[in-house]
Design a binder for this molecule. Sequence first.
Ligand SMILES: Cc1cc2nc3c(=O)[nH]c(=O)nc-3n(C[C@H](O)[C@H](O)[C@H](O)COP(=O)(O)O)c2cc1C
Length: 270
Amino acid sequence: MEHDARYTVAFTALLCVVCSALVSAVAVGLRERQEENRQLDRMKNVLAVSGLVEPGERQERAEIQRRFAEGLEPRVVNLATGAFVEDVDPLAYDQRKAAADPDTSRPAPKNPARVRRLPEHAVIYLLRREGRVEGIILPVEGMGLWSTLYGFLALEADARTIRGLTFYEHGETAGLGGEVDNPRWKALWAGRLAFGDDWRPRITVEKGRAGTAEADPYGVDGLSGATLTSNGVTHLLHFWLGDHGFGPYLAAYRQGGGGQAPGSERRRDR
Ligand SMILES: Cc1cc2nc3c(=O)[nH]c(=O)nc-3n(C[C@H](O)[C@H](O)[C@H](O)COP(=O)(O)O)c2cc1C
């Protein structure tokens, strides 16, 4: 009897060890795959906000990678100076991880978007056709009501007109704040102006209805029943378009740097 009990305990212990080893092995094996999928998802979102894939268009991994490599040039920017950084690989750089690491980030000044830390570097994407910049895609993030929204804002080559806005991750309520993902709402952004004449961020999500892009270039319809998420979107855009976000880069771009002159920047080998 005692022998039986010992056998049961030993067998159970062995089973536990084998199972936990298996679970760990699978988790480690999947991590790389998950990272690849996250990267692919980010590429898809950058393509979508750039207009290089149509809303709702589904594409294979290889096609996404091809369109991304052909149309978009990822660049690393020093947020404080606005200059390009050549010795950091934009495809390997993890901005969110960098923002969480005190060695590669600094505390952000108190701000309504509730961005807590600023990474030293950020990755932007230049939309190029035949050497000319046709758009600038900027990563943006900030608090909605329940969660941090992560997305991309695409500007036209004038660095002022909005091409599109999309979020690839958030935890807002489906049907309320989650309507930031609604294609009809996202379609309202194209053609509106991010900056006023003084180059200060001006685009605002307004409670209620805004007019057309021509009639109301600085306003976008608020999400009904979700004013707090809507305000969060305004705050995060103002933060990232402002002095602590991409303001220095966009100023350099407007003054003739920032990669907009034909052939002014060599493409990096990828
Ligand atoms: C369960 C629940 C979930 C909600 N989710 C959101 C949300 O994701 N975003 C948001 O702005 N408001 C959300 N709200 C509503 C807010 O509490 C608040 O009433 C609303 O933002 C005010 O917007 P309004 O002035 O357009 O009605 C939620 C409310 C409830 C009860």
